[in-house]
Design a protein around this ligand. Structure first.
Ligand SMILES: NC(=O)c1ccc[n+]([C@@H]2O[C@H](COP(=O)([O-])OP(=O)(O)OC[C@H]3O[C@@H](n4cnc5c(N)ncnc54)[C@H](O)[C@@H]3O)[C@@H](O)[C@H]2O)c1
Ligand SMILES: O=c1ccn([C@@H]2O[C@H](COP(=O)(O)OP(=O)(O)O[C@H]3O[C@H](CO)[C@@H](O)[C@H](O)[C@H]3O)[C@@H](O)[C@H]2O)c(=O)[nH]1
Length: 441
């Protein structure tokens, strides 16, 4: 099939590369010329394992990128994979997405006017699929923007939603091996088109991927429920972990046992400095805000956020109990919101660095791939080229991201001025000579 993917960020680039790899002919659109140039050069503007390899293989062949919307009408399906960030009040900002929807509609209208194909025949129909995470009321806003752009051609354009569940750091693998596919469509024609599009991917996984066929609003609610549940699961693990710490009990031993219950499951029970990233914080805020707008107070989700917001401060309080860091060098190990990515959006390292700077500490950050992004956020902090470099002469180290390489650190701690390690991710080994504090163990 011929596919257009509008928006070439973490989701759009992964989607475009994986659909090309599945045999489709893909055009990626982005307003950022650097992003477009990178894709056409066969590499991604972001760090995501496996993505560069796919782009190198398919760019210039089954995959191309452009800043122009002109080719949209030639596609069988157009995906919108545009960012949906938070407004100040936590509600979802649909501005960029509705702008892209309107531009997509305009491109379709121009083609309809040019070739006279606005006859209403079934083959003239164009499917626009929202990949972005949007609230149920947001579906109507996108539909209105699309219709506004399409004008007289609006009745030939159908909107569907197809939320994405990939995780950063494992985006390619997650996309190619999904736990489920969710198709939110208003007609059998649209559902069938989505099924045809995903058919090669499903076939490559032995065809055992559950497919949920539903309406567009239910589909996007499934996405919010999914993220709200996972974020709350971690917050509950953190709440219980904080209790464990008070009793001198290892929360990991407790939760490893709890996770053996099939009804609970072992994953997303790792307690520590909390959840960050571009999705959990903004999505939990967006659904809380939409709930309130609809007259419902989401007490559980409010509590999940409150627990999460408190974890970085708990880490800093543990540090305070061991060292006065005013004027001292303090290492922050890990700047990305999780391992495997250079994304620092809502990274727990941000409140940790802010807290250290408020205490007058001289912060030295280290991350294998996210340093450049954090330097833009905190240009006044220092950055080391290695974990060992960050630890050298430091009075304390705060571990914020569970990069594997931190587990292998050993002699590097000997170069610290005072070997105090506050571990927010249970990645560093306790060992002799180290004043080690786990956040919940
Ligand atoms: N990042 C994730 O892991 C993830 C996973 C699942 C769902 N989502 C959702 O997917 C959506 C996209 O997220 P992302 O992380 O890929 O965002 P992103 O910010 O990384 O990428 C968005 C891209 O859209 C481009 N863009 C903005 N306006 C445009 C326009 N009018 N036309 C063309 N391109 C335009 C930007 O230049 C940018 O490259 C969000 O709704 C997000 O919640 C993200
Ligand atoms: O047991 C755990 C698991 C995760 N985290 C933290 O939770 C955050 C999110 O991690 P993860 O879910 O792995 O990363 P994301 O890439 O943000 O993926 C989430 O958000 C995406 C965007 O909506 C969804 O598509 C994914 O399904 C969903 O897992 C990170 O800060 C992790 O450190 C923990 O603290 N403890």
């Amino acid at each position: 099939m011929r596919v257009t993917v509008v928006g070439s960020g973490y989701v759009g680039t992964t989607l475009a590369a994986c659909l090309a790899d599945a045999g489709h002919d893909v055009t990626a659109i982005d307003i950022d010329p650097d992003v477009v140039a990178a894709i056409n050069d066969g590499h991604a503007a972001i760090h995501e394992p496996g993505l560069d390899e796919l782009l190198a293989e398919h760019a210039g062949d089954r995959l191309r990128a452009t800043t122009e919307y002109g080719g949209v009408p030639d596609a069988d399906v157009t995906f919108l994979a545009i960012g949906t960030p938070s407004n100040e009040d936590g509600s979802i900002d649909l501005g960029a997405l509705t702008a892209a929807a309107e531009m997509t509609g305009e491109a379709l209208a121009e083609a309809g006017a040019a070739d006279g194909s606005a006859s209403g025949a079934p083959d003239d129909r164009h499917l626009v699929v929202v990949k972005s995470t949007i609230t149920p009321p947001g579906v109507r806003a996108v539909r209105e923007a699309l219709d506004e752009g399409a004008g007289d051609a609006a009745d030939r354009v159908e909107l569907a939603t197809n939320p994405e569940f990939l995780r950063e750091g494992t985006a390619v693998d997650d996309f190619q091996h999904p736990d489920k596919l969710v198709f939110g469509a208003e007609s059998e024609w649209a559902t069938a088109r989505l099924e045809a599009l995903y058919e090669p991917l499903v076939a490559a996984t032995d065809g055992d991927v559950p497919v949920i066929r539903t309406d567009p609003e239910t589909a996007v609610m499934i996405k919010y429920a999914n993220n709200a549940f996972l974020a709350s699961k971690i917050s509950l693990a953190n709440d219980l972990g904080n209790i464990c710490k008070r009793f001198g009990i290892d929360a990991y031993e407790v939760m490893d046992a709890v996770g053996l219950d099939d009804r609970i499951g072992a994953r997303f029970l790792r307690s520590g400095v909390g959840w960050g990233g571009s999705c959990f914080p903004k999505d939990v805020d967006a659904i809380r805000s939409a709930a309130r707008e609809a007259g419902y107070e989401p007490a559980m989700l409010d509590a999940a956020v409150a627990v999460n917001d408190g974890q970085p401060e708990r880490m800093l309080e543990l540090l305070d109990s061991h060292a006065d860091v005013a004027g001292e060098r303090v290492a922050v190990l890990g700047l990305a919101f999780k391992p495997g990515t250079d994304d620092i959006r809502n990274s727990r390292a941000i409140p940790v660095i802010e807290g250290l700077q408020a205490r007058g500490a001289e912060v030295v950050g280290y991350d294998p791939v996210a340093t450049a992004n954090m330097r833009e956020r905190f240009p006044d902090a220092a950055y080391a080229d290695s974990a060992a470099g960050a630890l050298e002469g430091a009075t304390a180290a705060l571990v914020v991201t569970d990069w594997d390489e931190f587990a292998a650190l050993d002699d590097a701690f000997d170069a610290m001025a005072a070997p105090v390690v506050i571990d927010g991710r249970r990645i560093v080994e306790r060992r002799d000579g180290l004043t080690y504090e786990g956040l919940t163990w």
